[in-house]
Design a protein around this ligand. Sequence first.
Ligand SMILES: Cc1cc2nc3c(=O)[nH]c(=O)nc-3n(C[C@H](O)[C@H](O)[C@H](O)COP(=O)(O)OP(=O)(O)OC[C@H]3O[C@@H](n4cnc5c(N)ncnc54)[C@H](O)[C@@H]3O)c2cc1C
Ligand code: FES
Length: 292
Amino acid sequence: MSEQTGATAARPTNGAGTRNPYLPMPARVIEVITETPTIKTFRVVLEDEQLMRDFTFQPGQVGQLSMFGVGESTFVINSPPTRKEYLQFSVMRAGENTTALHSLSAGDTVGVRAPLGNCFPYDDMKGKDIVFIGGGIGMAPLRTLLLFMLDNRKDYGKIRLLYGARSPQDMAFSAELPDWLGRADLECTLTIDREAEGWQHKVGLIPNVLLEMHPDPKNCVAITCGPPIMIKFTLQALEKLNFAPEQIYTTLEKRMKCGIGICGRCNIGNKYVCIDGPVFSMAELNAMPNEL
Ligand SMILES: Cc1cc2nc3c(=O)[nH]c(=O)nc-3n(C[C@H](O)[C@H](O)[C@H](O)COP(=O)(O)OP(=O)(O)OC[C@H]3O[C@@H](n4cnc5c(N)ncnc54)[C@H](O)[C@@H]3O)c2cc1C
Ligand code: FES
């Protein structure tokens, strides 16, 4: 594991070492993008300009977004640390807080506690081929690492992205897809579950398309995130392709409360998803009790 992973990388400073870690930083929404009928992307800047300038994080780390008087929930910071103009969060409507977040417009204020959690071991991945496998909103954590790697392109081998959604309308980040598809240094494959009029890419479930792509596991790392059922069959496909558990990373979405290893809300065995995760290798997950 590289030095950026694990709890030590994750000590929540809220961008300022002495700050109360429970205190949200006020942030201004500068742009809202409607991605799909259920997903909106929010670009925010911390209202304290100095905090915004000093804010650092690693790909894979998360933040807690709060709606005052409603609640707080966890989202991955899906803009990469190499692009610092704003912090980006993509929010799928699930319940009370995410519904309230969906009502935000540019100019509104939201609370942010970040960065929290560990990150992808991107240093250990240097010189390796990378296969990203994302499903639905699971593309959010992959986006941050994908863009980070594209911004540091020479450090990595062949990069492939397989991104799937139920239908073209359910595909998030659609404004960026033409760029990803057109890049010579990224092999991007899109798939939807069933035929749809005008769709010019793959049709088929992600694990089946992955088997067709047949990535070579030699010197390769697979990073996957998506709904539990997709993850289950994607892991089986990766096993068939001879990827070892140490070569596979995913991020867990176990519910969090404090986000700083104190309340005990997010533990699996003796690991806390909020500080030991949310990024884990399959080898680490296999060694943990099956409590998900
Ligand atoms: C590390 C981490 C990263 C995440 N990143 C993202 C992200 O980038 N984008 C995104 O849209 N969502 C993400 N989530 C999930 C998000 O935090 C929940 O959807 C959100 O907390 C729901 O809040 P709510 O008040 O709207 O819904 P609630 O009223 O709390 O719940 C509504 C429904 O969603 C389910 N739910 C709530 N929290 C979770 C959870 N953590 N995992 C699975 N199901 C849950 C509940 O069981 C319930 O069925 C992440 C969660 C974690 C732990
Ligand atoms: S959310 Fe409180 S310990 Fe992890």
